[in-house]
Design a protein around this ligand. Structure first.
Ligand code: LLP
Length: 384
């Protein structure tokens, strides 16, 4: 209910250590998702007064239990592939709104999406220019490139000429003419500049930029200002200020009350809810005091450190509270030098079969995992 206390993000697993060790003794590697944290984050997003519809960006984590909880919390869903549309449709009630927001999708992907109830977002001239008949009589959204990107790493910035997303502003009129020719009605503008943004002012800027573009287009009813809401990962990083975000959005909303406001966060809802459990396999010393701590999974289960140098907190649950005396390179069993989960981590002296927790694995963890080296995928369990 509305009176539930909002949990401090990231802290839940400290209170569940015994349970987590037990889950790891049964099986590793294993992702554990704490549903009360998903609900608490969902309520933080739902508390934004200016937002008419919040979608969950399913790409962050497609576990059916998480989709179900977010549907219960009143979320709509943003999907980028026919597979994501099918996964959501299998779990959420038929009246929950869906968005299809793909990039460089094939004609057949759009055909599949048009057979669902999803609202389609187009982010290039090509679909409307070459497959226009598909959209005749339809209401569509247009993703624009506002000319800049933002995010925790260059690889997650989705704006500017160096990124493959969106229709640049100078092609806007051409898109609208083509849509008109096709008999499609452009009812919304969309922008998403990147992922892992901690500055509330960002969404106010995107919102007012889209609103002033939309004012010049008679048919626009909806502005979708994307996702990208970050969670602090490094120690000492400051959390996104949700009351500041609420104020910023409400101010723009008052200037442009004629447009509905949509958002589509992924990471913010699920990152802190998930942890990856693994067991120590081996220890190795090399060179000038270089100590490697091997786990029974690595970049195959969590590729973010390898791909973005992302920082995930690592804790030895079996030796919780013992002095962190040893500097380790925490690595996995994959045959790549980039198979690192954490470099230069100070941990207690660790031993074979210790249970190790890698935090903030709820977003883009299992979702980006692979069977590289033919390692089994990590198991996934829910804590209700
Ligand atoms: N909307 C659109 C159109 C997107 O492309 C994305 C993410 C989202 C919403 C949700 O973004 P979020 O709220 O989760 O930041 N694998 C990277 C993140 C890639 C995000 C891709 N697009 C990572 O692990 O950091």
């Amino acid at each position: 209910g509305a009176g539930d206390p909002v949990l401090p993000a990231a802290a839940w697993w400290q209170g569940e250590r015994a349970k987590l060790v037990q889950l790891a003794e049964e099986r590793t590697p294993r992702y554990v998702y704490h549903l009360p944290t998903v609900r608490a984050q969902a309520r933080r997003v739902k508390s934004l007064r200016a937002v008419d519809r919040a979608h969950y960006a399913v790409k962050a984590n497609t576990h059916p239990g998480i989709l179900k909880v977010l549907a219960e919390e009143g979320f709509a869903f943003e999907c980028v592939s026919p597979g994501e549309l099918a996964a959501v449709s299998a779990v959420v009630p038929d009246d929950v709104p869906l968005l299809f927001t793909p990039n460089f999708a094939a004609r057949r992907d759009f055909e599949a999406a048009l057979r669902t109830r999803a609202t389609i977002t187009i982010d290039a001239l090509h679909p409307i220019e070459h497959w226009g008949e598909m959209f005749a009589g339809r209401e569509i959204m247009l993703r624009v490139d506002l000319g800049r990107g933002l995010g925790h790493h260059d690889k997650v910035k989705t704006g500017g000429t160096g990124s493959k997303f969106g229709v640049p502003i100078e092609h806007l009129d051409r898109f609208l003419r083509l849509a008109d020719l096709a008999g499609a009605r452009v009812i919304g503008l969309h922008a998403h500049l990147g992922s892992g943004i901690l500055d509330a002012a960002h969404w106010g800027e995107v919102y007012s930029q889209l609103a002033s573009l939309a004012e010049r287009i008679g048919t626009i009813r909806v502005l979708n200002i994307g996702g990208g809401l970050g969670v602090p990962s490094h120690p000492g990083e400051t959390a996104l200020d949700m009351s500041a975000l609420d104020r910023v959005l409400t101010a723009v909303r008052q200037a442009y009350p004629q447009f509905d406001l949509w958002m589509e966060p992924g990471r913010y809802l699920v990152a802190d809810a998930g942890v990856l459990l693994a067991k120590v396999t081996q220890e190795k010393e090399k060179g000038a005091g270089m100590r490697y701590l091997g786990l029974d999974t690595g970049m195959n289960s969590l590729i973010r450190p390898a791909l973005y140098d992302a920082w995930h907190e690592i804790t030895n649950l079996s030796r919780y509270g013992e002095a962190a005396t040893t500097m380790y390179q925490v690595v996995g069993p994959i045959c790549e030098s980039g198979d690192i989960l954490g470099s230069d981590r100070r941990l207690p002296e660790s031993k074979e079969d210790d249970v190790v927790l890698v935090a903030q694995g709820g977003a883009y963890g299992a979702a980006m995992s692979s069977r590289y080296n033919l390692r089994d995928e990590a198991d996934e369990v829910l804590l209700p």
